[in-house]
Design a protein around this ligand. Structure first.
Ligand code: SAH
Ligand code: SF4
Length: 354
């Protein structure tokens, strides 16, 4: 028999599943009510909701880490400009195209070009690569994840053929945002970028880390509210993982179980969301990918970068980039997904429209 606290939690989960909306106070209560039993209940409803929209399909995206240079100084990230020991590299357009070709042969139909905010990634440079990929493989989607840029720049990249843009909001609480970033980076600006992307016509992804220093149930409740208000196509969440050469080196990593619970809540909040089981999840738990799917996720982003880049693109310590987290490990990923009742498909994997 569930106790009183858990019964109340179940009521809120049921309400979210039915209404796809809660008040900030209710979200906070739901986050505070986290327990393994309530998470199991939420996961059951979440996987049923996912099945109704996407069946058992898992969409894969080939992640190409295009540059480890970054002009920003986010306190949590190993690529921050103040990290003098970070190894910097930038892929040539030819190298990026070669990754896409290899990925295409393996069955990828979406390529995610992600990188630090590298000043060398000018509009002209990125537009050239995007249009080259789109003309070589018109049946593929291109996702960009290159940080904050101007409206004009986002427009140019969209016009060159980019379909989607991933820009995690990191935290929807302005004070928490200020704890994670230097003063020149603000939540206001981050959100204005997300609005620009949406307005231009991108399929948009926001997202946040779970367990980042200073995070509270109230700030997580604000993250959930933001997803409800913004209605993105995607939401990328993963546990915070410390990096040894950042100010947060000594902080504890985020919780895998809490991340999975939040995946379930996001699935109930919007059954059509594209929800990746992220690399950070797989980094902290060898079964992170499976656990993500069992919580309601439906996307995996195996690493398609050249080997030398994978090690240098060190957002956090011990980043997983082998086995199922690697494009070469697709056969293993397929097997592992089948064991949890899911099926990796060859598909662009667009969000189902409302
Ligand atoms: N520069 C771009 C994209 C690369 S960073 C940007 O910042 O948007 C991609 C994501 O990695 C970030 O949004 C952040 O949420 C995540 N990340 C960075 N450092 C991390 C850490 N230490 N632990 C977990 N995730 C981290
Ligand atoms: Fe740069 Fe992105 Fe890392 Fe911030 S999170 S330092 S913008 S790579």
């Amino acid at each position: 028999m569930p106790d009183a606290g858990e019964s109340r939690g179940r009521e809120l989960v049921d309400l979210l599943a039915r209404e796809h909306s809660l008040t900030p106070e209710q979200y906070e209560e739901l986050v505070r009510s986290f327990s393994p039993a309530l998470a199991a209940y939420a996961a059951e409803l979440a996987t049923a909701a996912r099945r109704e929209v996407y069946g058992d399909d898992v969409f894969i995206r080939g992640l190409i880490e295009v540059s480890s240079y970054c002009r920003n100084d986010c306190l949590y990230c190993g690529l921050r400009r103040s990290n003098r020991s970070a190894k910097r590299y930038r892929l040539s357009p030819e190298a990026i195209l070669a990754c896409c070709e290899r990925g295409y042969e393996l069955g990828f139909r979406t390529f995610v070009l992600q990188g630090g905010e590298d000043p060398a990634l000018t509009d002209a440079a990125v537009c050239d690569v995007v249009s080259a990929i789109k003309s070589a493989r018109p049946d593929c989607a291109v996702t960009l994840s290159l940080g904050e840029r101007s409206h004009e720049s986002y427009q140019a990249l969209f016009d060159a053929g980019a379909d989607r843009y991933l820009l995690r909001h990191e935290t929807a609480d302005p004070a928490h945002y200020a704890r994670l970033h230097p003063a020149e980076l603000t939540l206001e600006r981050r959100l204005s970028c997300l609005r620009d992307l949406r307005e231009i016509g991108y399929q948009v992804g926001c997202g946040f880390m779970v367990g980042s220093p200073g995070q509270t149930p109230a700030s997580l409740a604000r993250d959930l509210r933001l997803v409800e208000e913004l209605r993105p196509e995607m939401c990328g969440i993963g546990p915070f993982v410390p990096h040894h050469a950042t100010p947060f080196a000594e902080e504890a990593a985020g919780s895998v179980a809490l991340t999975c619970y939040l995946l379930s809540l996001l699935r109930l909040l919007d059954p059509r969301l594209l929800l990746p089981a992220t690399t950070a999840l797989a980094t902290l738990d060898p079964r992170g990918c499976e656990r993500g799917m069992l919580a309601g996720a439906n996307v995996v982003m195996p690493n398609l970068s050249p080997m030398a880049a994978r090690e240098k693109y060190e957002l956090y310590d011990n980043k997983a980039h082998a086995g199922s987290e690697a494009a070469e490990g697709l056969a293993e990923l397929r097997r592992r997904m089948e064991l949890v009742g899911c099926r990796v498909v060859v598909d662009r994997g667009d969000a189902r429209r409302r």
